[in-house]
Ligand binder design. Structure first.
Ligand SMILES: [Zn+2]
Length: 216
């Protein structure tokens, strides 16, 4: 599907509050900043809570943008005949919510890294009910999230003990659309929660159009 096709399916008005729906190309996810909801445009009846995450590493708001993530809350389960491995997995620190990048990035290898870092630091991440702002284009289909969550969970287990022959599943309790603050640092980016550094271009697509010093 092209972006043009997708944009034809976007409702212009929020079915919930009659507010404007914003979905600047190439976004496939429409946002209502009024009632804070997100919808995947191919399936606009599916509604997700839009949450803004508090910026803890804030150094002036002029260089702050919000990058969208699907926040998947739930729990993983694992099955293996290897009892030793099973014990290792069962004693592992449970993962917090999985923040799965919904934006385009040339740094696909960082996906797992940032998702895992957030999942291991759930107490560092708080919602900011008062925050609002421009959210970069989101493109990831939420229908794939459970599969991606299983892969994240397996990647986590694999750090503890090799997951060859191990089966994992993931039960999703809630999916929300989370706007995570990022700060421009030179030619790169730093996330506004843990201060993780991403040198060089990190965001593809529309990019942060409201910033003067773009590196894309
Ligand atoms: Zn609305």
């Amino acid at each position: 599907m092209t972006d043009k096709d997708a944009s034809l399916l976007v409702p212009l008005v929020c079915p919930r509050c009659n507010g404007d729906i914003e979905a600047p190309s190439p976004s496939r996810i429409g946002l209502c900043l009024n009632c804070k909801t997100a919808r995947f445009m191919r399936e606009p009846s599916g509604e997700y809570r839009l949450v803004f995450i508090e910026a803890k590493k804030q150094e002036g708001t002029s260089n702050l943008i919000y990058a969208p993530f699907w926040r998947v809350e739930g729990s993983g389960a694992v099955r293996t005949d290897d009892e030793k491995k099973l014990r290792v997995y069962q004693n592992a620190r449970p993962l917090g919510p999985l923040y799965i990048p919904a934006f385009w990035t040339p740094k696909a290898a960082n996906y797992e890294n940032i998702t895992m870092r957030y999942a291991l630091a759930p107490d560092a991440i708080a919602e900011d009910a008062g925050a609002t702002g421009n959210v970069l284009a989101g493109v990831l289909n939420p229908m794939n999230l459970r599969e991606i969550a299983v892969l994240c969970y397996l990647a986590y287990l694999d750090r503890l003990a090799d997951v060859t022959g191990v089966e994992a599943s993931f039960t999703v309790d809630e999916v929300a659309y989370a706007a995570v603050p990022f700060l421009k640092v030179g030619a790169g980016w730093k996330d506004g929660i843990l201060g993780l550094q991403f040198p060089g271009p990190y965001f593809w697509g529309s990019g942060p159009s409201n910033m003067s010093s773009q590196s894309m």
